[in-house]
Write a protein that binds this ligand. Structure first.
Ligand SMILES: Cc1cc2nc3c(=O)[nH]c(=O)nc-3n(C[C@H](O)[C@H](O)[C@H](O)COP(=O)(O)OP(=O)(O)OC[C@H]3O[C@@H](n4cnc5c(N)ncnc54)[C@H](O)[C@@H]3O)c2cc1C
Length: 517
């Protein structure tokens, strides 16, 4: 049957743009439809890190192989499940290195982020560095008219940026990644429609044969041999959050500001798609300020801080990787009041470490007045201002300071794993992550179990084909990135795993040919 396009991609984040570029390179007629006024999705707001094991760029830095990556995933992920099948794991480890080469040969410049380990480098096959890549900056001017249509952190998540004369480097590696891919797409004949949400899927002979796009108020059917859903997760949809994620939950706690509401999830289910892992997200402890959520990843691993629940008790190693730390908040909240918890720091921390929107040493008066951060000269007063049990907080700080003095956290082993040591501060310390909390004034922010996107979604196979509940592929329909159920289940192998998987899945979807069987 004649179709308008060989491939229609829904969503112009990293996954969608990569699928478009890869498919176009194979000669396909490709359309990308994006609901927002700007391309880049939540990708453009990120650190743009990609967890790609056994890549060629780290070959001289650290020995790695697909066998090591297989062993690591097996140790980390445990038994296989429908969304984390042996085939999907193997497709990931075998495609990651290939994708890194493909990106660099497609003029998307990548570099190893040195000294950044896997999240559990001590497991079999784990690595102390080499698997995390970041995209190098892009001069936005090369995008021509598209420069103003690339999401930027400076947009506050939506508006268009005015271009100033002179060089215009991207602000974050995520923006650079989306920008490079957008450039490759638009320069090579991929059609991109912005402000064009997909509102329905068109039934094909035995599956999906296109999409209905709302364009300038008119619903326009677009037929295609294949449809790739790269429309992100459902992090901005409070109703779906409450239906699927652990409670309490709030869209405000997500660091993603892309308008990802999971529209395509419901549409695909209506066409027979199966789902998996809908109760999972890429958890990360966050604080709230300036009307949005901010990850606490950098702050909480540094010395001179601890996290307590409402009883004033510590309950985990504050320096844990984001996903594990976010889960710890939920686990604690089953028996105690732990949402919110409280990040308590002393003045050394505030003077030397950025916190949310505030650089080190700078705390705006309006943030104190709004209660976004609390300051007090004694721990007693701090506890009272926070509504935390005073005896509990004092006892926890005394015990913590004792551990800090000896360089050994007898309760939660903070600073002992390779990950924890890397997230601390090394200069002359016995334990990179431990330091006493004893210099006035004391500070605290509320900590919520936030996320950087949801993790469950459409069940896909090793070729990124959307599956039905009986395990057969739904012809014509693919999903990747936030739209698909993550193969990592409740775990995270390393920084950049979400984007790494999004790109690998997009690449597999774009290069799959239905005739392959
Ligand atoms: C602050 C932050 C930092 C992060 N840092 C990292 C990191 O360093 N490394 C990492 O691996 N991951 C990181 N993540 C997670 C990562 O951003 C996501 O996993 C990744 O961007 C997903 O890419 P995607 O292309 O699937 O989705 P997105 O980039 O979110 O793109 C989805 C696109 O689909 C569009 N869309 C939605 N619905 C429709 C519709 N109905 N019709 C048409 N278009 C639609 C959206 O507008 C959006 O543009 C971070 C996330 C955040 C928020």
């Amino acid at each position: 049957m004649a179709t308008d396009f060989d491939l229609v991609v829904v969503g112009a984040g990293a996954a969608g743009l990569l699928a478009a570029v890869a498919s176009r390179r194979l000669g396909d007629r490709v359309l990308v439809v994006e609901a927002d006024a700007v391309a880049g999705g939540s990708t453009a707001l990120t650190d743009g890190r990609l967890w790609l094991p056994a890549n060629h760029l780290a070959a001289k830095l650290a020995a790695d192989s697909t066998d090591d990556a297989d062993a690591y995933l097996e140790a980390l992920l445990g038994p296989v499940t429908p969304e984390s099948s042996a085939e999907r794991r193997s497709a990931y480890t075998r495609t990651a290195g290939k994708l890194a080469r493909w990106l660099t040969s497609s003029n998307v410049p990548l570099a190893v982020v040195r000294s950044v380990p896997d999240h559990q480098p001590d497991l079999a096959g784990g690595k102390a560095q080499g698997r995390v890549l970041a995209t190098q900056s892009l001069d936005r001017r090369v995008l021509g008219e598209w420069a103003e249509r690339l999401r930027s952190d400076g947009d506050g998540g939506g508006g268009l940026r005015r271009l100033l004369p002179g060089r215009r480097p991207t602000q974050t590696p995520g923006e650079a990644l989306a920008g490079h891919l957008l450039h490759r797409a638009t320069a090579n004949g991929v059609e991109v429609w912005l402000d064009s949400p997909v509102v329905d899927l068109i039934a094909g002979e035995d599956g999906v044969g296109g999409v209905v796009v709302r364009r300038e108020g008119t619903d326009t059917p677009v037929t295609a041999s294949r449809v790739v859903l790269a429309s992100g997760g459902f992090e901005q949809n409070q109703e779906l959050r409450e239906e699927y994620l652990p409670l309490p939950t709030d869209a405000e706690w997500s660091t993603s500001t892309a308008p990802n509401a999971g529209d395509l999830l419901g549409l695909a289910i209506a066409h027979g798609a199966a789902t998996a892992g809908l109760d999972e997200a890429w958890w990360t402890p966050v604080m709230l300020a300036d009307g949005r959520a901010w990850s606490l990843d950098e702050a909480r691993g540094k010395p001179h801080c601890l996290i307590v629940d409402a009883a004033g008790d510590r309950f985990f190693d504050e320096s844990l990787p984001a996903n594990t730390a976010g889960r710890a908040l939920y686990e604690r909240s089953r028996g105690m009041r732990a949402v919110p918890s409280f990040l308590v720091l002393d003045n050394r921390h505030r003077q030397s470490v950025p916190l949310g929107p505030w650089p080190a040493g700078t705390t705006p008066k309006k943030a104190l007045e709004a209660g976004e951060i609390v300051r007090a000269h004694t721990l007693n007063d701090l506890a009272q201002a926070l509504g935390v049990d005073r005896a509990g907080l004092l006892g926890s700080v005394v015990r913590f300071n004792g551990f800090a003095g000896k360089g050994k956290d007898l309760d939660f082993s903070r600073g002992e794993s390779a990950w924890s040591a890397a997230s601390g501060e090394h200069a002359g310390r016995r334990n990179a992550s431990l330091g006493k909390v004893d210099k006035q004034p004391f500070w605290a922010v509320k900590v919520y179990p936030g996320d950087s996107g949801t993790k469950g979604g459409l069940l896909i196979d090793a070729r990124s084909r959307v599956l039905r509940a009986d395990g057969t592929a739904l012809p014509g329909l693919y999903a990747c990135g936030g739209a698909a159920a993550s193969l990592f289940k409740g775990a995270s192998p390393g920084p950049g795993a979400a984007l790494g998987a999004a790109l690998v899945e997009a690449f597999l979807a774009a290069t799959d040919r239905p005739a392959d069987g």
